[in-house]
Design a protein around this ligand. Structure first.
Ligand code: PXP
Length: 239
């Protein structure tokens, strides 16, 4: 049975929009765990646009399942990871202007720098995953640089506007998943997965874990909206 890790970055985005203390991604992480999530994911970006250093530090102390820290392969982030020691680091590419992580890492291009970067983290007992496009060359390069896991980018599949494109991309995902597993890499998958497209992944035993954020937070906002309004209506009516 695959596992589910919940990404709580969007909760921090709402908090940062006001520069206040709530909603706290740490609280959201605790609720996710109470609801059965197998892990918590946060992306500490270089620009700190949502998750803050304080969040990652507290999460390491409070998360009872496992903490997966997404980050760019920079020396600043490596230092933070070595201090905080999450159970897993997922290396992602980062461009300042992007709305979210847009593509996978080009592992082949950066393999000479990634190899020692990964070794340093692994030597401290931190498992390393690489977020890659479903591309066989990227899978092979991930194996070469000594990653423990790959996270296959499902964003193009999720965004596909026609069934034909979606099926084509899904085939690429399947091929990448099979090769990664054959090479002995653990396999995670994520980006853009939602309450509808998750059913495509039924029975793919090689995928150990799905990492999902946006669709869950988006649903929480709408599913919880009526109750939240009712509670405020009650308070205003009681004035
Ligand atoms: N995996 C990675 C590497 C990501 O960067 C993200 C987005 O932060 C996700 C998974 C989750 O994607 P989504 O928010 O679309 O579910």
């Amino acid at each position: 049975m695959p596992q589910l890790s919940i990404n709580v970055d969007h909760v921090a985005t709402v908090r940062q929009a006001r520069g206040v203390k709530e909603p706290d991604p740490v609280t959201a992480a605790a609720i996710a765990e109470l609801a059965g999530a197998d892990g918590i994911v946060v992306h500490l970006r270089e620009d700190r646009r949502h998750i803050q250093d304080r969040d990652v530090k507290i999460l390491k102390q409070t998360v009872k399942t496992k903490l997966n820290l997404e980050m760019a392969a920079t020396s600043e982030m490596q230092q933070i990871a070595l201090e905080i020691r999450p159970q897993m680091v997922t290396l992602v590419p980062e461009r300042r202007q992007e709305l979210t992580t847009e593509g996978g890492l080009d592992v082949g291009l950066h393999k000479e720098t990634l190899k020692p970067f990964i070794e340093t983290l692994r030597a401290e007992g931190i498992a390393v995953s690489l977020f890659i496009n479903p591309d066989l060359e990227q899978v092979k390069a991930s194996h070469w640089v000594g990653a423990d896991f790959v996270e296959i980018h499902t964003g193009i599949f999720s965004d596909a506007e026609t069934l034909e494109k979606r099926e084509m991309e899904f085939e690429r995902i399947l091929d990448a998943v099979k090769l990664a597993s054959k090479l002995g890499l653990g396999v995670n998958a994520g980006h853009g997965l939602d309450y509808r497209n998750i059913s495509w992944f039924r029975g793919i035993k090689e995928i150990e874990e799905f990492s999902i954020g946006h669709s869950v937070v988006a649903r929480a906002v709408l599913v919880g909206f009526e109750r939240a309004v009712r509670e405020m209506v009650y308070l205003v009516r009681s004035l």
